[in-house]
Design a protein around this ligand. Structure first.
Ligand code: HEM
Ligand SMILES: CC(C)=CCC/C(C)=C/CC/C(C)=C/COP(=O)(O)OP(=O)(O)O
Length: 328
């Protein structure tokens, strides 16, 4: 007989199924994947020059999601010892025992395999191999080799997080052009301000588990200076899509300039007040919004109406300049 206080068996079963699914989803670090996919999507739009094939777009996003989910699951497996100690990560599915190690391994293998099959079948081999390279780089170079051994861990290891746009570009064109490498460069240079801002306000947690993040070893002042330098390098790299590559036009230019102002302001504030964790938190949060909107502006800019706007404005400017030079 059913106990009058406990919920009926079917409700409990539903709750259990829901909790299991939730645990596996958490293992993939889903919120981070959203932004990785936004960068992939931007590459698909740019490479398609306004003629996006919805099947390619969907397959690339799904394949990219599967690969990133596999990479994050393996990272959770590898780091479960330190994740158990850090407050921020202690409730993750592996340290809290909600998912078994063996099951997580199988899950990661299945995700990686499905990613390869999907990308290779619907797009091409290069895109599939690049996604697998992203997993290998993130797991071996970042998680295994650098994370616990170098203050430059996220600079070099951060290259893994810059691979998704290469996957997107390759999925559309079958190759990786200069424009794809510029997208890679933008995300590569964005990663230090993104992560070190966070590392400044959770420095003690990393110190507790002996992970040599820059603020732990070199202090906040050095980290804030590095953030300042990388911010400018990253902003300079965003120009390359306009000149010399000519991939983006007016919508992107206006957005990139507007979005860069708060970035510089927050990095500047941190430079002057590097112990202020609220400023660091605000820069970390803004770095995410910045990348999301910058990629959105690239996608918008690739659409025919935006190309038309850029063309019309360029023509008017040219006419104006020739009138000015005639008058001079
Ligand atoms: C080595 C490079 C990177 C490191 C070490 C890093 C590290 C982190 C960490 C520790 C967090 C906090 C996660 C948490 O609270 O559990 C975070 C959040 C986040 N990261 Fe990164 N990150 C890197 C690169 C990237 C890249 C390339 C992207 C996407 C393009 C990205 C997107 C995000 C997003 C969207 C969040 C917020 C997640 C949330 O709202 O919970 N990160 N990052
Ligand atoms: C193409 C492809 C599949 C590329 C892989 C891209 C990828 C999964 C990037 C993740 C970057 C990231 C969130 C690092 C944080 O790891 P962490 O271990 O420092 O974070 P934690 O302390 O929160 O665990």
């Amino acid at each position: 007989m059913q106990n009058s206080i406990s919920p009926p068996t079917s409700t409990r079963l539903h709750r259990n199924v829901y909790e299991v699914i939730q645990s596996y989803v958490q293992l993939t670090k889903p919120r981070i994947i959203v932004l990785l996919l936004v960068t992939t999507g931007a590459a698909v739009f740019l490479a398609s020059e306004g003629q996006v094939d919805p099947v390619v777009l969907l397959a690339t996003l799904l394949g990219g999601w599967l690969a990133a989910a596999a990479a994050n699951t393996i990272n959770c497996l590898y780091d479960r010892d330190i994740d158990q100690i850090m407050e921020r990560t202690s409730l993750r599915p592996l340290p809290s025992g909600r998912v078994r190690v063996r099951d997580a391994m199988i899950f990661a293998g299945v995700l990686a395999g499905l990613s390869f099959i999907l990308l290779n079948t619907v797009t091409n081999l290069l895109a599939a191999l690049l996604a697998q390279a992203g997993i290998v780089f993130y797991v071996l170079i970042y998680t295994h080799w650098l994370k616990r051994h170098s203050t430059q861990n996220i600079v070099i290891g951060g290259a893994a997080g810059a691979i998704p746009p290469l996957v997107g570009w390759a999925a559309v064109t079958g190759e990786v052009s200069w424009s794809a490498w510029v997208l890679f460069l933008i995300i590569f240079l964005w990663t230090p301000p993104h992560f070190w801002a966070l590392a400044i306000y959770i420095r003690d947690e990393y110190a507790e588990v002996d992970v040599p993040m820059l603020p732990v070893i070199a202090g906040n002042e050095v980290t804030a200076k590095q953030i300042w330098i990388y911010t400018w390098l990253m902003l300079a790299s965003t120009v390359l899509l306009v000149y010399p590559l000519g991939d983006c036009g007016l919508v992107y230019v206006v957005s990139a300039i507007a979005l860069s102002i708060p970035f510089v302001k927050k990095a500047w504030l941190l430079l002057g007040d590097c112990e202020n964790t609220e400023v660091a938190r605000s820069l970390f949060k803004y770095s995410i919004l910045y990348m999301m909107l910058l990629c959105g502006s690239m996608a918008l800019d690739s659409l025919p109406w935006a190309q038309q706007v850029s063309y019309t404005v360029a023509q008017r400017v040219e006419t104006l300049l020739s009138l000015v030079s005639l008058g001079a």
